[in-house]
Design a protein around this ligand. Structure first.
Ligand SMILES: Nc1ncnc2c1ncn2[C@@H]1O[C@H](COP(=O)(O)OP(=O)(O)OP(=O)(O)O)[C@@H](O)[C@H]1O
Ligand SMILES: [Mg+2]
Length: 303
């Protein structure tokens, strides 16, 4: 089966990119697929969900990958590790030409190419002329060169809230794109830029399969709030946007937000009781995503 690559993007911050990436990745891993998450956001939010990240000693709240499991900085095993390997690997290394090692996580079937605050910021800052040559192709080339499809069934890419070079590279590497958005005017404003990026990338794909837009998913939706209901209604009835709206929404659910905190148990939305609305909504969305991507979904949970 050909590798599926889902890029989760939206240039509006806080719209739910990391949440949706995490839900889809966990769901697919539970359904038995081999999943690789790639965190392209210097904030490293997705990485922190799956791995205990280290903090950059020189900057507050800037994260970097921990020392790779089994790597001994004093005497690295040359059989197992590239001589160039520093002991920490991140998604930034794809762009910087350094050795790349996905980390195992606390989820079976789910590996992670973590974010790295300072290094991803370095990649984002490459000069405009060099962007296309140095960054835009990198992720797609890496997937081919490393035969990522031999090791995984699904790659889920979380991006920063920008349409910068890393996000362009993520869309270029994608087979599918999903755009989470909140039902507020500021959230919806971000859609145009994302749609333009998706269309531009597809226009470049002469003979390749086009990138399939799974659609826009309304996140943190509050039913019975007039502005939210009106915004969703307007989008659904819009001649252009309407057909792109995913028919499932994620409500603003405490249990979805709570899963971000290490201390909360159970830690995964799919470990919550079947009666949890958050779990049921997440499951309906993920089932839709799996079906659209032609990946087998989990068995349905009992009502
Ligand atoms: N459906 C939801 N219900 C409740 N809280 C949510 C929901 N979706 C996301 N959140 C919370 O909203 C915040 C922002 O969500 P998230 O981090 O997924 O957005 P993002 O688009 O990745 O943000 P950024 O642009 O900063 O990367 C997080 O604290 C998350 O827990
Ligand atoms: Mg995020």
């Amino acid at each position: 089966m050909a590798l599926k690559v889902l890029t989760c993007s939206q240039n509006k911050g806080g719209s739910g990119k990391t949440t949706v990436s995490r839900l889809v990745a966990e769901y697919a891993a539970l359904a038995g697929h081999r999943v690789l998450c790639i965190d392209l956001d210097p904030q490293c939010s997705l990485s922190q969900r799956f791995l205990r990240m280290d903090k950059d000693p020189d900057q507050t709240n800037v994260f970097m990958p921990p020392i790779y499991p089994g790597f001994d900085p004093a005497s690295p095993d040359p059989e197992e590790f590239d001589p160039e390997f520093s002991g920490r690997s991140s998604a930034a290394d794809i762009y910087l030409g350094a050795p790349v090692y996905p980390y195992p996580t606390n989820h079976e079937n789910l590996e992670l190419l973590c974010g790295h605050g300072p290094d991803l910021m370095r990649v984002e800052r490459v000069t405009q002329e060099d962007v296309s040559r140095l960054v835009h192709h990198c992720l797609r080339d890496f997937m081919v060169a490393r035969n990522v499809g031999d090791h995984y069934d699904l790659v889920v890419i979380d991006t920063a809230p920008t349409l910068g070079p890393l996000t362009v590279s993520a869309v270029r590497a994608a087979t599918h794109v999903i755009i989470p958005t909140t039902m507020e005017p500021q959230g919806v404003e971000g859609l145009q830029g994302m749609l333009t990026l998706w269309r531009d990338e597809n226009a470049r794909r002469a003979r390749d399969e086009p990138i399939k837009l799974l659609g826009m998913v309304a996140n943190k939706f509050r039913s019975r709030v007039a502005l939210q209901e009106a915004t969703l209604g307007n989008l659904r009835s819009d001649a252009v946007i309407g057909p792109m709206m995913i028919p499932h929404v994620l409500g603003l659910r405490a249990e979805i937000a709570e899963q971000d905190h290490d201390s909360v148990r159970p830690h995964g939305v799919f470990d919550l009781p079947a009666s949890s609305k958050g779990r049921r909504e997440a499951e309906a969305l993920c089932r839709f995503v799996m079906e659209e991507m032609e990946l087998a979904p989990m068995k349905e949970i009992a009502a």
